[in-house]
Structure formats: structure tokens, C-alpha cells
Design a protein around this ligand. Sequence first.
Ligand SMILES: [Zn+2]
Length: 317
Amino acid sequence: MRHNRFDTILKIVLVVGIVLIIILGAYILFQIHTERSAAENGAAETAAAENAGGKTGSDTFSESAVKAESETTENIAAEGLTSAASSSAAAEPDPSKYNTADNWALILVNSSHPYPNGYTVPVTTIENGQSTDSRCADQLQQMLADCRAAGYDPLVVSGYRTHSQQIQDFESMTAMYMSGGYSEEEAKAKTAESVAIPGTSEHETALSADIGCEHNTAIDSSQDEEETQKWLHENCWKYGYALRYPEGKQDITKIVYESWHYRYVGMTAAKVMYDENICLEEYLQKYVEPFTSLEELDRQAMETLGLAYTGSASADS
Ligand SMILES: [Zn+2]
């Protein structure tokens, strides 16, 4: 009896042991499989980020990134996000480098991205008959005051421009090149290097200011060596401004180096752009587009102004 009972106990122990080993084995296999698919997802994301290098690729990337953002905030709790974030640095939210409260100031306006249809902002007159977006007027005034207090002589030469003013500016420079012997097509292309095609000028958004000097109001390369510009280049980020068309970034901005053109981008972006020596296009691609598409930025910019978003204004000249 005793011997039989011992046998039975031994059998039960063996069966339980085998069952435990099978469960443990299945668990290990499941873990290996999960890690492998997470790694594959990570590789796919990295590839998507790399493909986004070009302008055309970035749209596709933005869409998937926006999708990732909504999933992040709504559905997926920590587990899915952690593996995705650790495998792709670009998808990791970094609040110190992107403040969504400033999205209205990040609106991108360039040759391939016109401002949204019907975009109009409240403007404030600052000085020299020039005006700027009322929401950054105090920052601009403070920057000018501090620059003057440091012993320099900044003067806003061109701030907000209406659409018709921009058309006029573009046409008069085109005419100047044509009188110099260029064909109309060549003259327009030449003009577009320094004057934005109407509909794609930041001056039409009222977030930009061309700042010259009281002793030199020429908006051209003569500003490059002005001490006033040097002070502004070093300090504009402290007021939420960025030198919009820096030296060496023409391939990206499609605008020649402009030592005088400052753009309000908000405090967070201005500091990051200054610290990392990157232009607005690069900042958006690196820190914003993984979470918020350019279209969404446009929509938000319109929304903060109480305007309905109906797509981008088409460029005309
Ligand atoms: Zn300008």
C-alpha cells in the first residue's frame, strides 16, 4: 500500500513537472517571437524615417507618424509604445524640443508649402510704418529694445506684407531682371531666389520681419557684416525668433542667405534651432513631423485664429 502510494505521488510530481516545463517552453518561445516582431517594426520605422529625407517622402512619413501619435494618446498604453519608442529615436516624444502650445508659430510657408487658404492674422503696428502678428509683437519689440540698449541700431524695414504687396514686390524685381537682359522665365526664376512667390512668402503670415539698421536700411548682403545683425543672430532665439534663411541652408530653404530676415517660431523651437544650427524645415522634420503633420499644423494655425481650414492657398505670381 505504502509503496503504491509513493508511486502515485511520484507520477503526479512527474506529470506536474512535465506540464510546467511545457508551459515554460511555450512562454519562452512566445517572448522570442514578440521581441523579433518588435525589432522588425522598429526597422520598418527607421526605414520610413530615412525615406522621409526628401520632401515627397516626408508626407508619407507624417501620415504614419500622426497615426502613431493618436494611437499613443488614445489606445496603446505603455507596453506597445515602449518597444516602438526604444527602437526608433525619431518617434520618441521630447517635450523639451517640441511644445505643441506653440504650433500656431510653427506654420511652414515656403516655395513648396503655401500658407493655408484664407489665412489672416490680427496685426499690430510696431515701427517705421511696419506691422507684425499681434501675438508676437511684444517679443519683437522687446528684442529691438534690448538690441538698442546693447548699443546697436536695428530698424524693422519690412514686416507684414499683404498678398497684393507681395505680388507687386515680385513683379517689380522680375521687371528689373528683365531690363537687365534676362528672359521673363529666367527673370522670374532669378527673382524667386530672393523674393518669395506670392502665396509662399512668410511676410504674408506676419510672423517675419526684415530688420536692417538705422544707418543702413538696404535689405541686401550689406547687412551681413553689420554689428546689429551679429547681435540679433546671437540673441534672437531668446525672444522666440530664428534667422530664417541661414548661411549654408539654401538647398533646404530654397532662399539665399538672408542675414536680415527673422521669423517668430516660438520659444522652444527658436532655442533648439539655434542650439543645433538647423533651419525651420529641418526642425519640423526632426521634432514635429513624427507627431504632427504639416497639414495638421496648418489646421491648428487656422483654428487658433478662429478660421476654418480648407487646404492650402495655391501659389500664383
Ligand atoms: Zn524677409
